[in-house]
Design a protein around this ligand. Structure first.
Ligand code: F0G
Length: 417
């Protein structure tokens, strides 16, 4: 029903291969949609939402027929996956679209989209007896791996770039008991080191691990299910290492092949201008050329994305597009998302910044029905938020003391709304 193949040449691959021996490309699971009944899957997913069985309470494992099999006893779950789809009136007005909602993947247990993939990767690693999980990370993969490894009783080792990583994410990772190694260099250097490891020694749980992609594809099912299986016109999301764009594209394609939804939404993948090798390759209709990445959105500070070919195939299959936005546009868009009462970390706001550009350029129609994917929670990068407000309002809109407090409040509350 689901088999592991090379995403380049299609050769069948051994479990735990991190690249194809023949052509060097990444492994990926292929689902045989003809062996499954879409109506039955839809009914099962709906029934499981009211069940108290641990596997059914996960928004990932609720779709287990579409995932590589793992014995129920080995599943490591923190009740991930069932995130909200939230209307975004201010974001819509800002970008100039009629209908906008945020799929907030930052509402997962460790506050980023990584959990949906990590539950599958760590469950599989536990089943095959791995004792250690390893990843390179700009912070969110690290925190997610650390939490799931802790639940599984496995050791966790993180390779993190020394510079520009969020202290909140590192503290979270340490709280879950991971061993953190600061690497002189950037994410790309750290990932290179991890990919060179012998998979027999440790489970590598970056998104080059195809189990991660399978878990993350369920975000597409969650989104469709929350819209009664009606796909939006566009789904816009940030792109770094490009695992998530690959995963969401795969999820939407499978949902369509299974008859769960009538069409595939177009994918808009947004990179930060200082870390935009995929956007450059897309514009040039050329192969990707790695760059030295630089952006304030530290989660997507990645210059040599591992999954770019998979992501390109998905963007093409969806008739979508790829673009880059400046850090200042990300900062402004992040503030707007906050004003919708939602909030996210800077990398996530690349989605709304990208949408605004695509509408202004006429690429997305003003009456389009759009979903922006928010990948991480506001509190993932408190230092960024504090810097933003410090430069705008010095953390507070006013400073008052003693007897002034009552008269200040009186004046403030009498203001027209
Ligand atoms: N948004 C957030 C909040 C992220 O943490 C990441 C990646 C992305 C977007 C990009 O997703 O890599 O699948 O294209 N974070 C990784 C990490 C690299 O180590 O946490 P992608």
């Amino acid at each position: 029903m689901i088999s592991l193949r090379c995403s380049g040449c299609g050769a069948g691959l051994e479990d735990d291969a991190l690249r194809c021996e023949a052509c060097g490309e990444l492994p990926g699971f292929v689902l045989d949609a003809a062996s499954l009944d879409g109506d039955e899957l839809r009914t099962l997913a709906r029934m499981r939402r009211t069940s108290n069985a641990p596997l059914d309470r996960s928004g990932v494992w609720r779709f287990r027929e579409l995932l590589p099999a793992v014995a129920a006893d080995d599943v490591v779950s923190l009740r991930e996956g069932d995130v909200p789809l939230l209307n975004a009136p201010r974001g819509a007005a800002y970008a100039g679209t009629a209908r906008l909602a945020y799929l907030h993947l930052g509402m997962n247990p460790t506050a980023s989209f990584k959990d949906a993939g990590m539950t599958v990767a760590i469950s599989h690693a536990r089943e095959r007896g791995a004792r250690v999980a390893v990843c390179a990370s700009t912070g969110n993969t690290a925190a997610s791996m650390a939490a799931y490894a802790a639940r599984a009783g496995m050791a966790a080792v993180v390779l993190a770039p020394v510079e520009g990583i969020s202290a909140a994410k590192l503290a979270q990772t340490l709280d879950y008991g991971a061993h953190v190694v600061a690497v002189e260099g950037d994410f790309d250097d750290a990932l290179r080191a991890v990919r060179a490891l012998d998979p027999a020694l440790a489970a590598v749980v970056n998104s080059v691990n195809p189990y991660r992609i399978e878990g993350q594809k369920t975000a597409a099912f969650i989104l469709l299910e929350l819209r009664d299986w009606h796909a939006p016109d566009w789904v816009v999301l940030p792109g770094g290492n490009l695992g998530n764009a690959s995963a969401l594209g795969k999820g939407f394609r499978e949902a369509h092949a299974l008859g769960l939804s009538a069409r595939i939404p177009r994918l808009g993948v947004v990179q930060a201008a200082g870390a935009a090798p995929f956007a450059q390759a897309w514009d040039a209709h050329a192969e990707l050329v790695a760059v030295r990445a630089q952006t304030e959105a530290s989660a997507i500070r990645i210059g040599a994305p591992a999954s770019w070919k998979k992501a390109r195939a998905e963007v093409r299959a969806s008739d979508g597009t790829v673009l880059a936005v400046e850090d200042a546009e990300i900062a402004e868009a992040r503030a707007i998302i906050g004003r919708d009462g939602v909030g996210c970390e800077p990398a996530s706001a690349a989605s709304l910044a990208g949408l605004k550009r695509l509408v202004a350029a006429g690429r997305i129609a003003r009456d389009a029905d759009v979903v922006c994917v928010l990948t991480g929670h506001l509190l993932k990068d408190t230092a960024y938020a504090a810097r933003y407000h410090e430069s705008n309002a010095r953390y507070a809109n006013a400073v008052v003391r003693g007897a002034e407090i009552a008269s200040y409040l009186g004046g403030l509350l009498a203001l027209p709304a």
